[in-house]
Design a protein around this ligand. Structure first.
Ligand code: G3P
Length: 216
């Protein structure tokens, strides 16, 4: 499973890259807005430092608006993937973009049927938002399992990005479900390293080593 960072914060991305864990980056209008920086500048900067796909989202809600924005975004850097919302106009736009060779990430997916439409339109990626489904009492990962099975049934190459991840447990379940990618906030990526028994065990090893050295 690949890891993407779900952030528009360049410092977080640099730290993730230093860990060797960043295969790509996903952004959305909320994450970009949080940085308070110029959209084009921040997306180009991220695309320049990440050796992998960087998703940038369109704002338009009609197919012609999305197509115009998508072509502009895709021209900013070769690794930019255009994020398109899963509405009928979005699926229309994805079909055209895939024929033009522009990579797309279909976002705001909350059902297996929506994921079928995205794959049939030629989306490069589908992003089921598991945390937001959990928020309303569903099991978000069950959706990922369904999409995995459907895509495998038909040999569809659209990659599944588990998005809206709020905990390390979701990362484990995404991997068990066979997701291609988990896009995680920086905080969750840091939490993946952590286990109290690791910290405790390391402290004991170091203390025992000090005692051994003193006895030499
Ligand atoms: O990239 C979109 C997605 O990951 C949003 O997450 O936590 O706002 O539901 P969240």
């Amino acid at each position: 499973m690949k890891f993407f960072l779900d952030t528009a914060n360049v410092e977080e991305i640099k730290q993730g890259l230093a860990w060797g864990l960043v295969d790509g980056v996903t952004t959305n209008p909320t994450l970009v807005g949080r940085e308070g920086r110029d959209f084009e500048q921040v997306v180009k900067e991220i695309a320049g430092i990440v050796d992998g796909p960087v998703s940038a989202e369109v704002i338009g809600v009609t197919a012609p608006e999305m197509l115009e924005e998508a072509r502009k975004l895709a021209a900013w850097a070769p690794n930019i993937v255009v994020k398109i919302p899963l509405i009928a106009e979005g699926i229309k736009a994805v079909k055209v973009l895939s024929e033009e060779g522009i990579h797309t990430n279909v976002t705001l997916c909350f059902s297996a049927n929506q994921a079928i439409l995205a794959a049939k339109a030629g989306a490069g990626y589908i992003s089921p938002f598991v945390g937001r489904l959990d928020d309303i009492g569903h099991d978000g990962i069950e959706l990922v399992e369904q999409i995995r099975q459907i895509y495998d049934n038909y040999g569809w190459g659209t990659e599944i990005i588990v998005a809206s991840v709020r905990s390390p447990q979701t990362v484990t379940r995404a991997a068990l479900a066979g997701a291609d990618i988990a896009t995680v906030p920086f905080k969750v990526m840091g939490q993946l390293f952590k286990h109290t028994l690791t910290d405790k065990g390391l402290a004991a090893f170091l203390a025992d080593w000090e005692a051994y050295k003193k006895g030499q």
